[in-house]
Design a protein around this ligand. Structure first.
Ligand SMILES: NC(=O)c1ccc[n+]([C@@H]2O[C@H](COP(=O)([O-])OP(=O)(O)OC[C@H]3O[C@@H](n4cnc5c(N)ncnc54)[C@H](O)[C@@H]3O)[C@@H](O)[C@H]2O)c1
Ligand SMILES: [Zn+2]
Length: 356
């Protein structure tokens, strides 16, 4: 299965196949030059790196192994990558390969964007979140000590190579969190896909490879459609933030180490759907369908205390990405597949979020 990301410059394919990592011959079409550096973390260095390396025999290849975890998505790791690329005398003909989840993908992409003002890179995403979201669309970044993803670049890979079989070793909690972003695509863009997800719940949870291919490729296609229209998030791309205005505030409130991004987004989708319902945008039947699909996939509505509600509102007011002078920006839904950007006045936020 192949999805094409069509951009004015730098269009590229996303290839999705079970077992792709065992037969990576296709990668040769996207490696420019003769040097390859695989960037990964210490977990995947044991699990997947030997397989990938065995496919790169025709190239001068090296690896850079970073410590695992979001806390290492920072300038120290980026510098480590640059130190090693310089020590290995890597030229502009080098291709970087990101083997990992969103953390490795975001850092490798940013390193590729910067090294010698831009070298080629390939994404091999190994988490569900990275396969359906982080590896698609060219956003790359590292965290600043005071703000997540604050320093980065839009920089597209040569290709994205997705093997759903790698998800067999992914911890269950991460697979579950990735499903929140999968459901999000259905809710913002594709009512039919939302029904399909419910109908195939059992096969998805059993990681049936054929079903995962259909699911992942549909998500990649939906994101590619948006990125093709709005590569740099000047407009339409913002709809991908459904569930995220609340989700980001929840991540800060609970602490990033205590809740996974997808889990926070799922809770955000519960609250933002309820807001859409209260505002008369979603009718009751449509609202219930959203609650049903989230519940079927074992996500639960957050049970916030009054104090936590107030804290959430304060956090959203400080989130530069969503606050305007006297309001906060949300992606709300008119129905499944019909999102709309709505600015909610601070004076209305309390009633909408805390009284439910
Ligand atoms: N660039 C984008 O558009 C974009 C979009 C969404 C998220 N992100 C970023 O992605 C990051 C989160 O990504 P993530 O959820 O993939 O987290 P992650 O990269 O930290 O991976 C999660 C955990 O799973 C492990 N792992 C990865 N693949 C595995 C496998 N196949 N088997 C066993 N273990 C495996 C990792 O070592 C890690 O411990 C965040 O930094 C976020 O900002 C970027
Ligand atoms: Zn997200």
């Amino acid at each position: 299965m192949q999805v094409n990301v069509k951009l004015a410059k730098n269009s590229y394919p996303i290839v999705i196949e079970p077992g792709l990592l065992q037969t990576l011959k296709i990668i040769e079409d996207y490696i420019t030059g003769n040097e390859v550096v695989v960037i990964t973390n210490n977990v995947l260095a044991d699990l997947l790196l030997p397989t990938v390396k065995s496919q790169l025999k025709c190239y001068d290849h090296n690896e850079i192994i970073l410590p695992d975890g979001e806390q290492y998505k920072n300038f120290d790791s980026l510098n480590k990558i640059f130190d090693e690329l310089i020590a290995k005398q890597c030229t502009r003909q080098t291709t970087l390969i990101a083997l990992g989840g969103g953390v490795i993908g975001d850092m490798t992409g940013f390193a590729a964007a910067c090294y010698q003002r831009g070298i080629a890179f390939i994404q091999i995403p190994t988490t569900l979140l990275a396969q359906v979201d982080a590896s698609v669309g060219g956003k790359t970044a590292v965290n600043h000590s005071r703000a997540k993803n604050m320093i980065g670049a839009f920089y597209q890979p040569q290709c994205v190579l997705i093997d759903p079989l790698v998800l067999n070793t992914l911890p269950a909690q991460h697979f579950h969190a990735g499903l929140a972003e999968v459901i999000k695509y259905g809710l913002i863009q594709d009512a039919e896909f939302t029904i399909w997800l419910s109908e195939h719940h059992a096969e998805i949870m059993a990681k049936n490879p054929e079903i995962l291919i259909t699911m992942i490729s549909r998500c990649c296609q939906l994101k590619a459609d948006i990125v093709a229209v709005d590569e740099r998030e000047a407009g339409l791309r913002a709809i991908l933030n459904f569930g995220h205005t609340i989700g980001h505030a929840l991540e800060v409130m609970y602490g990033y180490e205590n809740i996974l991004h997808g889990e926070a987004v799922a809770q955000g989708m519960f609250i933002e759907s309820h807001m859409s319902y209260q505002l008369g945008m979603l009718d009751e039947a449509e609202y219930n369908k959203i609650i049903d699909v989230l519940t079927l996939f074992n996500f639960t509505k957050p049970n916030l205390t009054k104090a936590q509600c107030e804290q959430l509102i304060t956090l959203m007011q400080h989130d530069k990405k969503v606050k305007t002078k006297d309001s906060v920006r949300f992606v709300l839904l008119n129905s499944i597949g019909q999102p709309e950007l709505i600015d909610i006045k601070l004076t209305d936020l309390h009633n909408l979020i805390c009284n439910n």
